[in-house]
Design a protein around this ligand. Structure first.
Ligand code: FEO
Ligand code: CA
Ligand code: CA
Length: 626
């Protein structure tokens, strides 16, 4: 995404403002990697030349032809070409239409969105939030309830009267605060597809001022206490809600990503406590200017308030009066999503990525076990947080983050400063870990490493799972825990795909792995979700210029991959300017809901104002769609 004030993405802005000191150099790994086979059986095939670190991972694969026989495609559609227009496209035999747009009312007391003026601040918590992101659908007593994130706001269009979208007063700030966070809404089939059930008792907006409970080992620690909350156990708001997750017991997980940008200081010389640099907290903030109108976001007055954000938050979508819970056991970083799995013994495993260049992949393993209908108390807090270390021989291990392993004074501090702990134990720096998805049909998981075009120093060195020096395209790493146990401390890994441009870079690592062709090119994989058939849906948030390195890739898109064969096909293209992010299915799996964030042009309604929206996709023959 881009910001109108800085014209920089969150990660570019952080990199410019808070560069980290160089990490330890990782050993370069070409020689041993050359002989390693990936899960599909093919051999890593590096190009020639010392500078060429990339893999043609699946290239030259005999396994695709032999062991896995590229049998008949499991995709029941004809893949579509790229698009460069301002529309959504799906394959022949499928139809896409809008479910809800940013600003559409969830309650009858709110009016429809006013394109010229924006909506009134007083009603901004009664409408669907802006910039839709991760989402999940829950079936509950015959109702279908979608919980969905609203990641950030485009301030200039929300505050048309404010100079360059910079809030001028507390009312402007309130409006921005209430248009972000989470929407919980009931949906039901209508005359022409699904509709939002206005005024449903499940409908709810959770935003930057909603009361939260802080749970787990960091709750009550001195670093979590503020003047307004001397207990350190009750905060306000969840923010920059990016990807999602769902627990085995049917609750929603929303993940706080670029939270740092909301904080600033009215006193430029105010002390910046430990951890501010690593988490990117500075006096100017990212352009929201909350700190000038709401003292909670002014760190010269509330230096601990930033410690209360950057967590995974659990929401009960079936109870609109429930208080969301921040689970400090899952660590504090720029959370992308939270993918849950169960170990054979019932322990809960949560895989998580920290989306910034040179940051890490994490997992949490509970101490207690989950039993359907049993208590879930402590299952997301009492346990161990680990960071991933990848070896160049195709194995890896999860390194525990504890006071002993990190030398930090307490478990609370380990969790509040998880990034620093993960660096201390020597976890592997990654190319911006975005969504993680757990295969429901095999004991394995996948993580999108979206891109890393500014390699070096704080952005991490080249290493085995991040093998290309200038990585404009991204890759998806996959791992299989040893003993078929997601709680295992060790795993095998490979790259499922390396995105690239085989037209621009033929026979070159930047051309991508063998399962990337002129017909399915994409860059910057980001959102990712398995369907019930074990197919892997991949959404992109990349460069849609369709020029130079990105020629032939078109607009951002959604593809589907077959983990068994490596096959990848393009299913959907979004309107120019957008990112495709967020995916869930109706209870009967005949409707797929897809998020379109920050579209350009005038999509979807030609009103002159592009509006993020959730679309619904169905098959014209009414068959299952995932
Ligand atoms: Fe909100 Fe890393 O995407
Ligand atoms: Ca994302
Ligand atoms: Ca992204």
């Amino acid at each position: 995404m881009t910001d109108t004030k800085h014209n920089l993405s969150f990660d570019d802005w952080d990199e410019a403002n808070f560069p980290r000191p160089a990490e330890t150099e990782f050993d370069r790994v070409v020689e041993r990697a050359l002989s390693r086979r990936n899960f599909l059986g093919s051999v890593l095939a590096f190009g020639s030349g010392a500078a060429v670190m990339g893999t043609g991972l699946l290239k030259g694969s005999t396994a695709l032809a032999e062991g896995h026989a590229m049998a008949k495609s499991r995709f029941p559609f004809k893949p579509i070409g790229i698009a460069t227009d301002h529309e959504v496209h799906v394959p022949e035999g499928y139809t896409a239409k809008v479910l809800i747009r940013w600003g559409d009312p969830l309650f009858s007391e709110a009016d429809g969105y006013d394109v010229a003026e924006g909506g009134p601040a007083a009603m901004s918590d009664k409408v669907f939030g802006e910039n839709t992101d991760g989402m999940e659908l829950f079936s509950y007593q015959g109702h279908e309830i979608i919980a969905v994130n609203s990641e950030y706001t485009n301030n200039d269009v929300n505050l048309p009267a404010a100079q360059e979208g910079v809030p001028a007063n507390a009312d402007d700030v309130l409006k921005l605060q209430q248009l972000q966070g989470v929407t919980v809404m009931e949906v039901a089939p209508g005359a022409d597809g699904y509709e939002v059930v206005k005024d449903s008792p499940f409908n709810r907006r959770i935003h930057h001022n909603t009361p939260m409970t802080i749970a787990g080992p960091a709750a009550g620690h001195d670093l979590m206490k503020t003047e307004a909350d001397p207990t350190g156990t009750a905060s306000l708001g969840t923010m920059n809600n990016c990807g999602s997750g769902r627990t085995p017991w049917g609750t929603y997980l929303t993940c706080e990503e670029n939270f740092n940008g909301y904080f600033g200081s009215t006193d430029a010389d105010a002390p910046r406590p430990e951890g501010y640099d690593r988490y990117g907290i500075g006096a100017d903030g990212w352009g929201y200017d909350y700190h000038k109108h709401d003292a909670r976001f002014d760190y010269s007055k509330n230096p601990n308030e930033p410690h209360r954000v950057g967590w995974v938050v659990e929401i009960d979508p079936t109870d609109a009066s429930s208080t969301p819970v921040k689970h400090t056991g899952l660590g504090r970083f720029k959370h992308e999503n939270a993918a849950c799995a169960l170990a054979p013994d019932g322990r809960v495993v949560v895989y998580m990525g920290d989306d910034e260049r040179g940051e890490f992949m994490y997992k949490f393993v509970s101490n207690g076990t989950y039993a359907p209908g049993g208590s879930t108390e402590g299952l997301l807090d009492d346990g161990t947080l680990f960071a991933a270390s990848f070896n160049d021989d195709g194995t890896g291990e999860w390194l525990p983050l504890t006071p002993e392993s990190t030398g930090m004074a307490s478990l609370a501090e380990v969790l509040i400063f998880a990034r620093i702990g993960a660096t201390t134990v020597g976890a592997t720096t990654m190319d911006r870990p975005e969504w993680i998805a757990v295969n429901p049909h095999a004991i394995e998981a996948y993580c999108c490493l979206t891109n890393n075009s500014k390699r070096g120093g704080s952005a991490g060195e080249v290493n085995a799972p991040n093998p290309r020096e200038s990585n404009n395209y991204g890759q998806i790493v996959r791992w299989r825990p040893h003993d078929d146990d997601h709680a295992s401390n060790t795993f095998d890994w490979d790259l499922y795909v390396m995105a690239g441009n085989p037209d621009v870079y033929p026979n070159n690592p930047y051309g991508g792995s063998e399962n990337v062709t002129a017909g399915n090119m994409f860059n910057s994989p980001d959102g990712m979700m398995f369907d019930s058939n074990g197919l892997l849906w991949i959404q992109t948030d990349g460069d849609d210029s369709n020029e130079e390195d990105f020629a032939g890739m078109g607009n951002n898109q959604m593809l589907v991959g077959d983990p068994m064969t490596g096959e990848i096909a393009r299913f959907l293209t979004g309107p120019k300017g957008c990112e495709v992010t967020g995916l869930c299915w109706s209870a009967d799996r005949r409707t797929m809901f897809v998020g379109i964030q920050h579209p350009g042009g005038s999509w979807p309604d030609g009103s002159g104002l592009p509006r993020s929206a959730i679309i619904q996709v169905t098959r014209d023959d009414g068959a299952l769609i995932g």
